[in-house]
Design a binder for this molecule. Sequence first.
Ligand code: NDP
Ligand code: X2W
Length: 306
Amino acid sequence: MPAPTLFIDGEAGTTGLEIREKLADVPGIEVRSIDPALRKDPAARRDMMASVDLVVLCLPDAAAKESVALASELGADAPKILDASTAYRVDPAWTYGFAEMAPGQAQAIAGAARVSNPGCYPTGAIALLRPLVEAGLVPRDFPVTINAVSGYSGGGRQMIEAYEAGTAPAFELYGLTLEHKHVPEVQGYSGLSRRPIFVPSVGNFRQGMLVSVPLHLDALPGAPKAAELEAALSAYYPQGGLVSVLPTAGETRIEPQALNGTDALELRVFANEAMRHALLVARLDNLGKGASGAAVQNIRLMLGLA
Ligand SMILES: NC(=O)C1=CN([C@@H]2O[C@H](COP(=O)(O)OP(=O)(O)OC[C@H]3O[C@@H](n4cnc5c(N)ncnc54)[C@H](OP(=O)(O)O)[C@@H]3O)[C@@H](O)[C@H]2O)C=CC1
Ligand SMILES: CC(=O)N[C@@H](CCC(=O)OP(=O)(O)O)C(=O)O
């Protein structure tokens, strides 16, 4: 059988390059490139799309929408689409590309024509919250707050250049209008009816991420122990997968960079039972499971290579 074919629209950008590099380690996929001089030419992009099985969009939202319109012009010849932008993440016609999010999600991705790749922060937040909401431990309308810190690579080329030139602050909170673009996907796929407060931040390290959710245990229905939250998370994720739930015994701190270069996602429940306080923490590589690692996982599923 011929190798499945793939085109990365936006392959010269940060995300496109990362995916391309990772695909070099995946045998059995033929990656086709467009003449750089024609990379923004709609007709050339449409022709390229017509020649491949899967197109991966690594473009700003507006350009991603333009590409989807071009693909739609191809009718039955349209390739499958994996979109890395935020344009379609909560569109019900698209499948959300977080394979471990729910039983059957990997199969849904494998069978879908259009898949949106999750944002980095939502990957951590949804992984922590969805199992607890589904188990009834966190009510859908619970007033959830999510704090997170990312390496500066999450901010794209301009932020990378500012940090590497030494002109960016060592650490800052941002998104302080409380309208970050990731909130709708976090809320939707966690199953929350009340909009969570999301406080992102960025620090002077290239790569790595922590996402944390503080909880007053006595404010939850039935006032559960922290161990019950941990048990619900452990029961949700199959052993040996990319998502693991780890004990916290004796740990009093956690840093964001330990999973860099991997596609792993670690979840922990820190707690002080005497105070009835818990802190859910997700750790991931914002460029791994938070971006191109997840994209390659979805590419494999969509091309039947997983
Ligand atoms: N979790 C995830 O899946 C992540 C997704 N992203 C998303 O990926 C997308 C790309 O981000 P990033 O790689 O950081 O951005 P970059 O700016 O690094 O890359 C975007 C690329 O798209 C090209 N481009 C822009 N407009 C067009 C067009 N109309 N036609 C063809 N090519 C075009 C750009 O070319 P030029 O520079 O010449 O304009 C550039 O090469 C964004 O939507 C971002 O939100 C980002 C990080 C993580
Ligand atoms: C540090 C930083 O600025 N991070 C980015 C998110 C990166 C990401 O994954 O966003 P998309 O996949 O949705 O593009 C931000 O907060 O906008």
